[in-house]
Design a protein around this ligand. Structure first.
Ligand code: ACM
Length: 270
């Protein structure tokens, strides 16, 4: 199947302009899976609670979800995309999975990064995997990559493809994802953004691009440049992610010794 990401520079607060850009980018492609960046329709650097309240949307019936539902139906693609979610008076950094058959699920970011903590509530969905006609899809959002437990949780739930909407600013993720994929034998599709946002004077954020698709063997199939808007497509075979055997004796999931990992569940002691 064909998997794609669209890496671009969303304009802060301009949802219509940003969704138009997505429409134009995907106009001539036919893919089974499309991944868009974290907060792709709103931009990233919120600077007040009022702004978050104004730009966030309920997942059900919200402008961005409706746009994605329509796009998915028209293109026949599954789409994973990040959005600012409003649930009553609570705001989450979320990503939705949508398919030609309709809305499938929402994941709320578990590990909030930096000033996201001022405006958003840590996700309460936990990691989830959805069985679809193109394979088992899991989601993590940007900074979740820094916690190996995120990808591991998804792998243990049977994920074959991990969709990873991102707005990366730290440099290491693109080179770390091959290890995350290798140790879990899953595909990852990281859709990052580019550009600079300086909505808070003296606090510019430079997004590092380098969106990529990585195989369960840790090979980078495609990687975008740091600073170009680009839609890239590659062929993947999610079923190969089911094979966790390294050799006759070793299996990356079955060989785990959780009886020795008790401290993973505990508060930090040091
Ligand atoms: C990030 O989690 N957006 C860095």
């Amino acid at each position: 199947m064909r998997a794609a990401f669209y890496q671009f520079n969303p304009s802060f607060g301009k949802k219509e302009e940003n969704v138009k850009k997505v429409l134009s980018a995907v106009k001539d492609i036919k893919v089974e899976l499309l991944v868009l960046p974290e907060f792709f329709a709103t931009g990233y650097q919120f600077v007040s609670a009022d702004e978050v309240a104004e730009l966030s949307e309920p997942v059900s019936g919200g402008y961005t979800t409706e746009f994605l539902l329509d796009l998915s139906r028209k293109k026949g693609s599954y789409i994973v995309a990040g959005l600012a979610e409003k649930d009553g008076s609570i705001f989450y950094n979320s990503a939705v999975l949508i398919g030609p058959e309709g809305f499938i699920g929402v994941y709320r970011k578990t590990h909030l990064y930096s000033e996201e903590n001022l405006y958003f509530t840590p996700g309460d969905t936990g990691f989830q995997v959805w069985e679809t006609s193109i394979g088992r899809i899991g989601i993590m959002i940007c900074f979740d990559w820094f916690f190996p437990e995120a990808m591991r949780s998804l792998a243990l739930l049977g994920a074959e493809v991990v969709a990873h909407p991102a707005n990366l600013v730290m440099p290491s993720c693109p080179d770390a994802m091959p290890l995350r994929c290798l140790e879990n034998r899953v595909y990852a599709v990281t859709a990052n953004r580019i550009g600079i946002e300086e909505r808070k004077q003296g606090h510019p954020l430079t997004f590092i691009g380098q969106s990529e698709v990585v195989t369960p063997r840790g090979k980078i199939l495609i990687r975008a440049p740091r600073d170009e808007e680009v839609l890239m497509v590659t062929e993947i075979d999610p079923a190969t992610a089911r094979d966790k055997a390294l050799n006759t004796f070793n299996d990356v999931l079955k060989d785990r010794r959780p009886e020795h990992y008790g401290s993973l569940h505990d508060e930090r002691k040091m």
